[in-house]
Design a protein around this ligand. Structure first.
Ligand SMILES: NC(=O)C[C@H](N)C(=O)O
Length: 561
């Protein structure tokens, strides 16, 4: 008897969906069967078919228009690459091609390999104009004829282009733009002025590349955790409690007169407690979710809404395993990003940029040498340094005069202390790299109630098995801990931190009864960490203010659109 599945397989005919191209670039003969994979401006710029190709269609936004006597050189972008592609449009067709407009252009693709002469190396805008042969080209209809002749003769024809470009015969304006009012100027705009137009800011070359890097990072992290057999989960955004107990939660209100959820609810400050519940069913779990803190800190490192990457591991006894995971994850992310275009473009175009406005924008970023030291540290095969909080205080005390706040055992490390430690301990002379550092075992009193007490605390006082991951210039990038998995001890910890200890979980109750329940049935030793995703991106890209690596920053007194 045949297996029911094979029966199904015989009956099953895959349905062939009509192929519809929804990409910004369309080349003739591309029927979606994978013969060519030219979908975006980034692909098109790389495409060197070795001949002229007509009927290439390009959708995108006009970044700039340069004029010569008979043609317009139009820079087109679709957000897929930092550099635009050049379109050459006869003056007669170009009247409505203005910066900011959305256009569809059709024409002949001239790649550098369709030229008999080798392409020139990097050119300045001025020299490009002067040297381009296009200004002396025949009209667009002549270009079509030339192309047909070239194809039938199987040979290259026409004057050699100096750069890959689309010679346009048809122009459609899909969304017009008035350059007089368009707020994105072809001149330097300060980060602060761009923040005031966060809905348009992604159209600038550097910001759009940062957003692509952000997207790459999310994809790589998903890949990493998938390979590590972690389950990705969606913990809630609306929660009953302030997990860290720091009183920095936003309250959720419905706008009605009655309490929507019966009693006050909050926007999550950390997914950790819910992740612990999921980890007790799924093993190892992670999430990258929005997190909210109502801190009134108006600094370059704080956002009221940020993305936190949190991971929780079950059956883990040793905190080193949690720190190893954090290091493995960051190393894998950094090496993955290095292979992708957004990170490569940021590095390359910083060096080859000829546009004065863009050069100024690059100067707003951290010095390239320091940036390389960061990346070398993140991808280093060496184990990142681990020091206890007590050792850290001992390192800080002899140089206490350097700080505004005195380093004393029992008080939290200030950002100035964290930055000093990261630079001092993390610098690896041998490789000229900044290794991130782990500071472990903080005093119990200044840490959250759920952390596991250390087995052998220092004479100064009781500590907990926790860690902060510190990097130069930024300070804390991540924090994690072993969680107290025993009910009685957890209840003691709660009392110690002045929290109410519910005796049993009541239906519909919003107290911590549910969290204590987790300790009642099958709670193994476990631990995890949370990492500020936006801070990480700002560290990787050298963007000094975390507000410039998120599309729509929200922070104290600012939530613009
Ligand atoms: N998942 C974590 O360990 C993060 C921790 N709850 C924090 O907010 O810092």
């Amino acid at each position: 008897m045949s297996h029911p599945l094979s029966l199904f397989a015989r009956r099953y005919r895959p349905c062939r969906l009509p192929y519809r191209r929804s990409y910004s670039v369309r080349i003739p003969g591309d029927d979606g069967q994978g013969l060519r994979d030219i979908k975006t401006v980034a692909d098109l710029k790389e495409w060197q078919p070795g001949r002229l190709v007509s009927d290439v269609q390009l959708c995108g936004w006009v970044r700039s228009v340069r004029k010569s006597s008979s043609v317009r050189f139009v820079d087109i972008t679709d957000g897929s690459s930092m550099r635009p592609v050049q379109a050459v449009v006869d003056k007669s067709l170009a009247a409505d091609i203005r910066p900011g407009a959305a256009v569809r252009l059709t024409g002949v693709w001239h790649s550098s390999s369709s030229s008999s002469k080798p392409p020139p190396s990097v050119e300045s805008q001025g020299s490009k104009l002067a040297r381009s042969s296009v200004a002396d080209q025949p009209s667009s209809s002549d270009m079509h004829e030339q192309e047909a002749a070239a194809q039938s003769a199987g040979a290259d024809q026409g004057p050699a282009p100096t750069t890959a470009e689309l010679r346009v015969s048809e122009v459609e304006i899909l969304g017009s733009s008035d350059p007089q009012t368009y707020p994105i100027q072809n001149k330097y705009q300060t980060p602060e002025s761009l923040r005031a137009i966060s809905h348009l800011r992604p159209r600038t070359p550097i910001n759009s590349t940062l957003l692509r890097l952000r997207s790459d990072a999310m994809a790589l992290l998903s890949q990493f955790f998938f390979q590590e057999r972690f389950q990705q989960t969606h913990p809630p955004v609306i929660t009953s409690s302030d997990c860290e107990g720091a009183g920095e939660a936003f309250t959720v209100k419905s706008g009605g007169t009655t309490e929507f959820f019966r009693d006050p609810k909050y926007l999550t400050v950390s997914s950790q407690l819910h992740l612990e519940a999921l980890a007790q069913a799924l093993g190892n779990v992670w999430t990258l979710s929005p997190t909210f803190r109502a801190e009134q800190s108006d600094t370059s490192r704080h956002l009221s809404e940020f993305y936190m990457l949190e991971a929780e591991m079950s059956f883990v006894q040793d905190m080193d395993e949690v720190m190893d995971l954090a290091q493995r994850m960051l190393a894998s992310l950094a090496s993955g990003l290095k292979r992708l275009s957004a990170a490569q473009e940021l590095e390359k175009h910083r060096l080859d940029s000829r546009d004065p406005a863009e050069r100024l924008a690059f100067e707003d970023l951290v010095d390239p040498k320091e940036l390389q030291q960061r990346w070398r540290g993140l991808t280093s095969p060496k184990r990142w340094p681990r020091v206890t909080y007590t050792e850290a205080i001992e390192i800080l005390q002899p140089v206490a005069h350097m700080f505004e706040h005195k380093p004393v055992w029992g008080s939290g490390l200030q950002s100035e202390h964290e930055k000093y430690l990261a630079e001092k301990i993390g610098y690896d002379e041998e490789t000229d790299a900044f290794l991130p550092i782990f500071v472990t075992q903080y005093p119990q009193e200044i840490k959250a109630f759920y952390m596991l007490q250390s087995e052998s605390p220092p004479p100064q006082g009781q500590t907990v098995d926790c860690f902060d991951l510190l990097v130069p210039n930024l300070g804390e990038l991540a924090g994690g801990s072993m969680r107290e998995h025993r009910l009685a001890q957890l209840e003691d910890n709660m009392r110690l931190h002045g929290l109410e200890v519910p005796t049993q979980r009541k239906a519909r109750s919003s107290d911590m009864g549910w969290y204590l329940d987790l300790r009642r049935w099958g709670c193994p030793p476990h631990g995890g960490f949370g990492l500020g995703f936006d801070r990480l991106l700002s560290y990787l890209t050298g963007v000094p203010n975390v507000r410039d690596v998120v599309p729509f920053p929200r922070h104290f007194e600012r939530c613009d659109c």
